[in-house]
Design a protein around this ligand. Structure first.
Ligand code: GLA
Length: 422
């Protein structure tokens, strides 16, 4: 144990004293060395990160061939062009630590090594993500980073890793803010910009402490591909789309550029109906969740590809203002969400939670929207807006009530733009 820890400790001391700090840290250091506080890489995740992750479909059954094929599929499917740039390897890529404590990839599953894989991914205009855990073991029992944070961060930087999802298994007795801050500092010290995705399932309210630590934080336990269910796994549960949505109550004020509420990797294309998948995708977009696909993108149907690459919906998620939607009305079955966008534009989502389709007539005169958090407000009855429905392409304006039919477990999503002042 001591043998493994020593190089790690030496590395930590070396980083603290010398060269791989960012230029601004050097500037501070020359004035007052003790004040050179490491920080997260603030230039990343100005809009929610987009990509693909192995876990939801493949769990531990992963290897370098799958990663290469999936990187190729991101390109050929048009997903990369739509914004999905992170190729994220989740749990189970690990082999053993070497005699100095440096982590190695599983030699059977990743025989070419991670650097070669990163080169492959980068050559396609994509970025490579990896996974570790704040405890001694990951959730699948692989080596975690506890006590090896600086070594692991340095290893990831050498490999050319761009994204770290950092899990929370095997952490009894650890302080979450401290544990995640240690890895943040280690990443900063290693010098390569790495998007830091916190994954402690909302257990210790990361929205309260993580804005300066990571770029996103999971708000809930794991997702499951169902509409309104939970899947009991004994000591914990996975959640369907609606339970995850409902667990976001009260969190919107913590979301913004560089600090996103992460509702988990998506289950689009994993067995729900097409309407449910469209609703799931629209909800994640409206709520500013990272958009990380979790299906087998090498084999997805045309319908799934179309949902994941709906640029009009993606644009809501990627809006530069980064304001998370709020629910302004619900009648138990039909939820209505509003999201202020750049240039005085708005998105509205009508979400039918029920098992039956729903006809609804929305009278613009009856709804003055006031965002108590950002103070954006609009009265569509007084200021006429044109709109596009983002799944059908239908267009209209707010001059007359809008009659819509919202599918069962489905959505209608409108993007509204003010018409020129009259
Ligand atoms: C946890 C995470 C999941 C996944 C698994 C891997 O459950 O929440 O997203 O990373 O661990 O073991």
């Amino acid at each position: 144990m001591m043998k493994a820890l020593l190089p790690q400790l030496m590395l930590g001391a070396l980083f603290a004293a010398t060269s791989s700090l960012a230029p601004e840290a050097h500037a501070q250091a020359s004035v007052k060395p003790a004040a050179a506080a490491p920080a997260k890489f603030t230039e990343l995740a100005k809009t929610p990160q987009m990509g693909w992750n192995t876990w939801n479909t493949f769990a531990c059954d992963i290897d370098e061939q799958l990663i290469r094929e999936s990187a190729d599929a991101l390109v050929s499917s048009g997903m990369r062009e739509a914004g999905y740039v992170y190729v994220n390897i989740d749990d189970c890529w690990h082999g053993k630590r070497d005699e100095n404590g440096f982590i190695q990839p599983d030699p059977q599953r990743f025989p070419s090594g991670m650097k070669a894989l990163a080169d492959y991914v980068h050559a396609r205009g994509l970025k490579l993500g990896i996974y570790s855990d704040a405890g001694a073991h990951t959730c699948a029992g692989k080596p975690g980073s506890r006590g090896h944070e600086y070594q692991d961060a340095l290893t990831y930087a050498r490999w050319g890793i761009d994204y770290l999802k950092y899990d929370w298994c095997d952490t009894e007795g650890l302080n979450s803010k401290g544990a995640y801050t240690t890895m943040r500092d280690a990443l900063r010290a290693a010098g390569r910009p790495v998007l830091f995705a916190i994954c402690e399932w909302g257990d210790t309210k990361p929205w309260d402490w993580a804005a300066d630590v990571g770029h996103s934080w999971r708000t809930t336990g794991d997702i499951y591909p169902c509409w309104d269910c939970d899947f009991n796994r004994g000591t914990w549960s996975s959640w369907g789309v609606l339970p995850i949505l409902d667990k976001q109550a009260g969190l919107r004020k913590f979301s913004g550029p560089g600090r996103w509420n992460d509702m988990d990797m998506m289950e689009v294309g994993k067995g729900m109906t097409e309407d449910e998948d469209k609703a799931h995708f629209s909800i994640w977009a409206m709520m500013n969740s990272p958009l990380i696909a979790g299906n087998d993108i090498r084999k997805m149907s045309a319908a799934t590809r179309k949902i994941l690459t709906n640029r009009r919906v993606i644009a809501l998620n990627q809006d530069e203002r980064g304001i998370q939607a709020w629910r302004f009305m619900n009648d138990g079955q039909l939820d209505m969400y509003a999201k202020p966008l750049a240039n005085g534009e708005w998105a509205l989502m009508f979400l039918n939670r029920a098992d039956k389709a729903r006809s609804y007539r929305f009278d613009w005169n009856e709804h003055e929207l006031k965002d108590e958090f950002t103070h954006n407000q609009v009265h569509f009855g007084k200021v006429r807006h044109s709109f596009t429905e983002l799944w059908s392409g239908d267009t209209g304006d707010t001059g007359k009530p809008y009659a819509m039919n919202v599918p069962a477990h489905g959505v209608v999503v409108l993007h509204l733009r003010p018409q020129s002042p009259r």
